[in-house]
Design a protein around this ligand. Structure first.
Ligand code: M6R
Length: 607
């Protein structure tokens, strides 16, 4: 789970590589490095720590060249250190390589190569690959790369340069993302499009098992046996400003404030009088009628959206829904057949566990839909049916706007299933339609509470433990609130189904532990309120998020954050926002690295 970049063209390579790495830092940021071809030699600089450390080293020792590769790392094999940073070189210092992924059989290969006399300088799995390429090199880099890759088990996206062939970069992918940017007399490789967005919007997506040869004036794609492959050029419609903070202190805050726009975009052109049109989804109403079970798989925040989705689909379409975290689903023996619909939810479309689980379910005959934010990502290659979440680029490692977009996506899917199966009538559909259209303005109203939430954060930011409670649709929102707080503030936070309190967690309550309760006006409001009273009776601090204004809540809540009224199924979209802001302001008050929290990465492309 790292970021790789490469550049070949007429400009100075290193500033372009560094700007690309900056935009890929969300993929990992514990060390970084670049290598270039200069005066017939490979020169490289790499350093443990954030990219800024490498930047300052480069100021003192500039590397000038028009071809190079770079890497930002999230350690898997070998701790973050200068030695374990990429790029890695072969024994003769003729070949340099960057890699994102995991080489599973690296120990066997390392032993074999060491027996042949290769000397290793790092503890990484990656280093075996550059030695393997060296072993096979007979004057043609792509042939050596092809032979070496056939020996690998695992995942990779790689960029390779060789001092004997200074006019080319060879790249390849298997189960790790890789895209090519096409410029005028210059070309780029990267793990993700934003890396080269300031220079080009023309893109070629690379598939698993493909090798690419980039020269200044050409990009040629091949299969692993080096047979040529054709690939169309796509133009992305993002612009570079999407990767800027636009005056906000952090990307996360900017992305929280983008949510009204995201919901508007999600709905645009999709809601008709009594139908939901999802252009990128090919399943027909007839297909949807045949489904007798839905399985939703995802990880992290996307899993919380999937939990909410279970309520939506069961409620609107009356189909049983199974949800599972992808890292569990892939290792069980699920009951899946051609009448099952598997829905994978993944912002990045690259999460390794989600991808493998999705492929497995499809192989068992299931119909499939990918809910993703990334057009052209790996997951979109597995199915003809997508729901794009249209949230725009999300840079903050903590998912915010893409979570809200996922909730809307699954809501739309549920309505679509309900209409196709006749389980939702025109009147109900109209009610939801109207309620959905009000959501962007209501989100703007919630965002006006930012200052109130900031003040609450100032009061409680020193607390070391938080509980988050909710029932029914608010239960996954409580889990999401706890996840947001722990990942960016490093505070211990637990999310619970409110009814579970008395089965254990209530023992944690004392006057130092705030309990954040998601308490919308719905059929379980009274029940959840009873749980709030139980917390209060044990001197706990209570922070409530509610749209119930006609109760004297001050009696039970130390802090109350009001959100507007909506249909109870849509309340998770509104109640999530105060939780995101609370986590943000607490983390900021604690001076945490909000956009790049320790130990995390934006897309988890390793198991
Ligand atoms: O790209 P994905 O949606 O598949 O990512 C899944 C999780 O890794 C992600 O939601 C993670 O939990 C976020 N850091 C949450 O903020």
């Amino acid at each position: 789970m790292c970021g790789i970049v490469g550049y070949i063209g007429g400009r100075s390579a290193v500033p372009i590589l560094m700007s690309g790495l900056k935009r890929l830092e969300y993929r990992g940021y514990d060390s970084a490095g670049v290598s270039v071809l200069k005066n017939g030699d490979i020169e490289q600089l790499k350093a443990k720590g954030k990219l800024s450390i490498l930047s300052s080293i480069l100021k003192d020792k500039p590397l000038r060249s028009r071809i190079g590769i770079g890497h930002t790392r999230w350690a898997t094999h070998g701790a973050p250190s200068d030695e374990n940073s990429h790029p890695h070189m072969d024994c003769k210092k003729e070949i340099s390589l960057v890699h994102n992924g995991i080489i599973e059989n690296y120990l066997t290969l390392r032993q074999e190569l060491e027996e042949k006399g290769h000397k290793f300088l790092s503890e990484t799995d990656t280093e075996v690959l550059v030695h393997l390429i060296e072993e096979y090199y007979e004057g043609n880099l792509e042939q050596a790369v092809s032979k070496a890759l056939k020996r690998l088990e695992g995942s990779y996206a790689i960029g390779v340069i060789c001092k004997k062939e200074p006019g080319k970069i060879v790249a390849a992918r298997q189960d790790s993302p890789l895209v090519i940017g096409l410029g005028k007399n210059e070309n780029f490789i990267a793990s993700d499009i934003p890396a080269f967005l300031p220079f080009t919007r023309k893109v070629k997506h690379i598939n698993d098992g493909e090798i690419v040869i980039l020269k200044r004036n050409s990009v040629r794609i091949f299969d692993l046996d080096l047979n040529p492959v054709e690939r169309e050029v796509t133009t992305v419609h993002w612009d570079a400003s999407m990767a800027e903070k636009g005056g906000y202190k952090h990307f996360m805050l900017k992305e929280i404030f983008e949510q009204p726009r995201v919901v508007t975009d999600m709905l645009s052109g999709r809601l008709k009088e009594y139908s939901v049109e999802i252009e990128e989804m090919k399943l027909t109403d007839d297909d949807l009628r045949k489904i007798n079970k839905v399985i939703i798989i995802a990880c992290g925040t996307a899993f919380h959206a999937s939990m909410v989705g279970k309520y939506f689909i069961e409620d609107f379409a009356r189909i049983p829904v199974e949800i599972d975290v992808a890292s569990e689903f892939r290792y069980r023996n699920p009951v899946v057949d051609e009448n099952s619909l598997v829905v994978a939810v993944s912002q990045s479309g690259e999460t390794a566990d989600t991808l493998v689980s999705f492929k497995n379910a499809i192989a068992m005959g299931a119909k499939s839909i990918a809910v993703t934010n990334m057009v052209g990502s790996s997951i979109t290659r597995e199915t003809e049916n997508m729901i794009f979440t249209r949230a725009g680029l999300e840079i903050g490692v903590a998912a915010t706007k893409t979570f809200i977009a996922q909730l809307v996506a699954i809501f739309l899917l549920s309505l679509k299933l309900g209409v196709a199966r006749g389980t939702i009538d025109k009147e109900k559909f109209r009610e939801y339609h109207e309620a959905l259209l009000r959501i962007p303005d209501q989100l703007s109203d919630v965002l006006k509470k930012a200052e109130q939430i900031r003040n609450i954060a100032r009061k409680y930011y020193k607390c070391d433990d938080f509980l988050f409670l909710g029932r029914s649709l608010s239960y996954p929102i409580a889990l999401e609130g706890a996840l947001k707080l722990k990942e960016i503030s490093y505070i211990h936070a637990e999310g619970y189904a409110a009814g579970e309190m008395k089965h254990g967690p209530i023992a944690l309550i004392d006057n130092l532990v705030p309990t954040v309760v998601v308490l919308p006006r719905d059929s379980v409001y009274e029940k959840t309120l009873s749980n709030v009273k139980e917390v209060r009776a044990r001197s706990g601090i209570t922070i409530g998020i509610t749209n119930k204004t006609d109760d004297p809540l001050d009696e039970y809540l130390d802090e109350t954050i009001f959100v507007p009224d909506t249909s109870h199924q849509l309340s998770p979209i509104l109640t999530t926002i105060p939780l995101q802001l609370l986590a943000y302001y607490i983390a900021d008050k604690r001076n945490r690295d909000v956009d790049q929290p320790r130990n995390l990465a934006k897309s988890v492309t390793v198991e």
